[in-house]
Design a protein around this ligand. Sequence first.
Ligand code: SF4
Length: 67
Amino acid sequence: MSKYEITIDPSLCSGYGACVDAARDLFRLDKGGVATVVVTHTDDPAALDAADACPMGAIFVQEVRAA
Ligand code: SF4
Protein backbone atom coordinates (compact mmCIF):
# COMPACT_ATOMS: atom_id res chain seq x y z
CA MET A 1 0.00 0.00 0.00
CA SER A 2 1.20 3.46 -0.77
CA LYS A 3 2.11 5.74 2.03
CA TYR A 4 2.77 9.42 1.99
CA GLU A 5 5.39 11.37 3.85
CA ILE A 6 4.30 14.92 4.60
CA THR A 7 6.53 17.88 5.29
CA ILE A 8 5.75 21.58 5.62
CA ASP A 9 8.08 24.49 5.06
CA PRO A 10 6.91 26.80 7.87
CA SER A 11 8.71 29.75 6.32
CA LEU A 12 6.24 29.60 3.39
CA CYS A 13 3.08 29.06 5.44
CA SER A 14 0.69 32.01 5.47
CA GLY A 15 -1.60 30.38 8.01
CA TYR A 16 -4.97 30.46 6.30
CA GLY A 17 -5.63 26.84 7.10
CA ALA A 18 -6.63 25.45 3.73
CA CYS A 19 -4.63 22.35 4.61
CA VAL A 20 -6.62 21.88 7.81
CA ASP A 21 -9.87 22.23 5.88
CA ALA A 22 -8.68 19.65 3.33
CA ALA A 23 -7.26 17.15 5.81
CA ARG A 24 -8.33 17.83 9.36
CA ASP A 25 -6.73 14.64 10.67
CA LEU A 26 -3.34 15.46 9.17
CA PHE A 27 -2.76 19.16 9.81
CA ARG A 28 -3.38 21.72 12.49
CA LEU A 29 -2.43 25.31 13.10
CA ASP A 30 -0.17 26.07 16.03
CA LYS A 31 -0.71 29.01 18.36
CA GLY A 32 1.26 31.22 16.02
CA GLY A 33 -1.03 30.31 13.11
CA VAL A 34 1.56 28.20 11.34
CA ALA A 35 0.54 24.80 10.02
CA THR A 36 2.09 21.72 11.49
CA VAL A 37 1.77 18.08 10.54
CA VAL A 38 -0.15 15.87 12.97
CA VAL A 39 1.27 12.70 11.43
CA THR A 40 4.26 12.68 9.10
CA HIS A 41 3.36 9.35 7.46
CA THR A 42 -0.10 8.36 6.32
CA ASP A 43 -1.92 6.40 3.68
CA ASP A 44 -4.66 9.03 3.61
CA PRO A 45 -4.81 10.55 0.11
CA ALA A 46 -6.23 13.72 1.69
CA ALA A 47 -2.56 14.63 2.14
CA LEU A 48 -2.42 15.22 -1.61
CA ASP A 49 -5.58 17.33 -1.48
CA ALA A 50 -4.03 19.47 1.23
CA ALA A 51 -0.87 19.99 -0.79
CA ASP A 52 -2.97 21.01 -3.78
CA ALA A 53 -5.02 23.35 -1.61
CA CYS A 54 -2.05 25.19 -0.15
CA PRO A 55 -1.77 28.56 -1.90
CA MET A 56 1.85 28.95 -0.83
CA GLY A 57 3.19 25.60 -1.99
CA ALA A 58 4.36 24.98 1.55
CA ILE A 59 3.27 21.35 1.76
CA PHE A 60 5.34 18.58 0.25
CA VAL A 61 3.94 15.08 -0.06
CA GLN A 62 6.24 12.30 -1.11
CA GLU A 63 4.97 8.86 -1.93
CA VAL A 64 7.02 6.25 -0.14
CA ARG A 65 6.91 2.51 -0.37
CA ALA A 66 5.54 0.80 2.71
CA ALA A 67 7.98 -1.57 4.36
S1 SF4 B 1 -2.63 25.68 3.35
FE1 SF4 B 1 -0.42 26.14 3.23
S2 SF4 B 1 -0.25 28.30 3.75
FE2 SF4 B 1 -2.28 27.61 4.43
S3 SF4 B 1 -2.01 27.01 6.59
FE3 SF4 B 1 -1.71 25.17 5.34
S4 SF4 B 1 0.51 25.06 4.96
FE4 SF4 B 1 0.04 27.14 5.65
